[in-house]
Write a protein that binds this ligand. Structure first.
Ligand SMILES: Cc1ncc(COP(=O)(O)O)c(C=O)c1O
Length: 475
């Protein structure tokens, strides 16, 4: 990890929120990104606080033509609006108006369920990629991101794509899945996992998940195998790894491909091995709410060099890399841009810190909400499964869930219900087996806000809202 990156991860103290009026706009932009609140406080010549400056105002100044290299913060900050009640943070001032602390104001601004954590490191990489003029899908950052991410999952090849849906599509297409084939998919997942199977003309067979792991089981797969089954797609839902060694063995016995959907589980492990390393091809998503992001983005990882080559060719219109404009077959344009990959390279360096932050947020929720009537947390996983926190999840009484979501909304907090089980939706029902465990999870599950803005105070506030609703009877 480089020093710049290391310095962002400690929670920003006062210095992380303060710029001098003589500082450049660039300084304020980087500091506002790094402190996570999108603003800084500007001080005058004797250290007194004079203004509050947000990224929104900096963007407006840039759009109005203010020159990044010439303007100082004194030129653009509007003195006097230090104490906006809608601001999530406010400076604590002494008698001389020097900043002696930063007050976090719970509820002043919307707390989203997820937020990308973008720092100066991503911004500098992005600027570098932009200045290189390699802004499409060739460039240093693409190769760095592909090899760096593949190494992180213990795989030898990474093929970056424009999102985590087309990476699943690419994996299945490269394996030759098509009309007449069946692919076994868990019912509790984001619809992209099944959609790609349908778009390839194959049939998703939706099976129930295990109430303890929330993932597909070898037994459920075994029951669903038919002579038409070609592949199985375990999904490590909400960061919880499926029992991959057993699934891989079962697939080998039945001659099935395994395509792991790791969109929500960067860094999770099974048997001490990273998810993504158990399958023929594994797919990850880098959408803005994922553990690391490239804005939109995805990747396929594999240890099979022929498969990697085939995915590279299919990703690029089916063209042979060494013979320009010669199309071996009708391929796709599923490429990632160098700009996206530049963000990804910085995020990859910060991934361990993100995982640590997410784990701590989840532990804080467990401690504060755990004793409330009707609130459950994901069951501890059996010893060989090492989950990560994507969204922190809780289970609440189904009838209380709408009221909890509403009460949080009134407090400016975004609480989300789980995905609908695919089998509950008309578009997918006819592909499904009976899925009672998935239906129960989907009726009771909530995703709690999971970002660096969730501190002890915020967790207590959410616990208070839950207690108010649940102790009053909930429904
Ligand atoms: C399990 C799962 N699979 C696939 C995807 C698709 O990824 P993307 O949004 O990058 O297309 C997602 C994204 O939300 C997901 O959660």
């Amino acid at each position: 990890m480089n020093l710049h990156v290391a310095s962002i991860e400690a929670e920003a103290g006062i210095a992380g929120f303060v710029c001098r009026a003589t500082d450049s706009m660039w300084t304020a932009i980087e500091r506002a990104l790094d402190n996570g609140y999108g603003l800084v406080f500007v001080t005058g010549s004797s250290g007194e606080a004079v203004a509050r400056l947000t990224l929104q105002e900096l963007r407006e100044a840039i759009r109005a033509g203010v020159h990044l290299g010439h303007a100082t913060l004194g030129d653009i900050a509007r003195p006097g609006d230090l104490d906006d009640p809608a601001s999530p943070v406010a400076p604590i001032l002494d008698a001389r108006r020097h900043i002696v602390g930063i007050e976090k104001r719970q509820g002043a601004a919307l707390l989203p369920v997820a937020e990308p954590d973008l720092s100066h490191a991503e911004l500098r990489n992005l600027l570098d990629a932009f200045l290189s003029t390699w802004i499409s899908s060739t460039g240093d950052y693409i190769t760095r991101f592909e090899s760096g991410f593949a190494a992180r999952t213990g795989m030898s090849h990474g093929v970056a794509t424009s999102n985590g849906t087309v990476s699943l599509h690419l994996a299945l297409a490269a394996l030759g899945i098509g009309p007449g084939d069946e692919v076994i998919v868990p019912d509790l997942t984001f619809a992209a996992s099944a959609n790609v199977v349908i778009h390839l003309g194959a049939t998703p067979v939706l099976v129930d998940v295990d109430p303890q792991t929330w993932c597909i089981t070898p037994e459920a797969i075994e029951r669903a195998v038919t002579p038409r089954t070609r592949a199985v797609m375990p999904v490590h839902v909400f960061g919880r790894p499926a029992p991959m060694a057993e699934i891989r063995d079962l697939a080998l016995r039945h001659g099935l491909y395994v395509v792991e959907d790791c969109a929500e589980a960067h860094g999770a492990q099974y048997d001490g091995q990273p998810v993504g390393s158990f399958s023929d091809v594994a797919s990850f998503s880098f959408f803005a709410n994922k553990i690391i992001t490239t804005g939109e983005g995805g990747i396929c990882v594999t240890r099979n060099p022929d498969l990697a080559l085939r995915m590279r060719m299919l990703r690029d219109h089916g063209m042979r890399p060494e013979r320009r404009y010669w199309h071996e077959e009708a391929g796709y344009n599923f490429r990632m841009t160098n700009l996206q990959a530049s963000i990804g390279c910085a995020q990859l360096e910060r991934m361990d810190a993100f995982l640590d932050m997410r784990r701590k947020v989840h532990e804080a929720y467990e401690a504060a909400l755990g004793g409330l009537p009707g609130v459950d947390f994901p069951p501890p996983m059996p010893p060989r499964h090492e989950p990560v926190t994507w969204f922190s999840c809780a289970l609440v009484p189904a009838e209380a869930r709408p009221k909890l979501i509403q009460a949080c909304k009134q407090a400016n907090i975004d609480l989300r219900p789980f995905f609908h089980g695919l089998s509950s939706m008309p578009a997918y029902r006819h592909y499904a087996r009976k899925c009672p465990a998935s239906a129960r999870l989907s009726a009771c599950g909530v995703n709690l806000p999971t970002s660096r803005k969730v501190d002890g105070g915020m967790v207590e506030r959410i616990a208070g809202i839950f207690a108010g609703v649940l102790e009053a009877g909930g429904s």
